[in-house]
Design a protein around this ligand. Sequence first.
Ligand SMILES: [Zn+2]
Length: 196
Amino acid sequence: MAKLYFNYSSMNAGKSTVLLQASYNYVERGMRTLLLTAAVDDRAGVGRISSRIGLVAEADIFRAGDNLLDHIRKAHEAAPIDAVFVDEAQFLTEDQVWQLAHASDRLGMPVMCFGLRTDFQGKLFPGSKALLALADSLKEIKTICWCGRKATMVARLDGSGRIVEEGEQVVIGGEESYVSLCRRHWVDRDLGPRCD
Ligand SMILES: [Zn+2]
């Protein structure tokens, strides 16, 4: 269906795995997909989407000023696209979310966005805020806290594994890591029994 989808999750819920699997389902049937990811994500080098279980695919990158409707239209004119997949969708601007909505409505293709709902301080990312407002379909990709409850929150850890309370929404190239927690343990800053 030519809809705008937002599949949101906490960290480490396997959203890139779900994205790559869904894209593969199209490719396997002889259809063409366009993959996009944020330039700020350099986990696998710019222009690649990779999952923790080893799946990797080439992707076009987007930056804050890019017009994604133009980008998708150009690619679609070169060779028809059956579906668009956007990883790290939390980094989209509100304008870009509208551009993706227009791509879906005017070019008649499904646009499936995958991203984090909130940052380490429990606040919506700009892209996620716009997608929660505009998407036709919202779906949560679930993961669990160490206690077994659904993990809806993200904590940022510094290089020595301590929870960080302050800082920029996005840190590039630092030593921090992220862990998903249920709301109760996020509020209590309780990382649970750790093996390290
Ligand atoms: Zn918990």
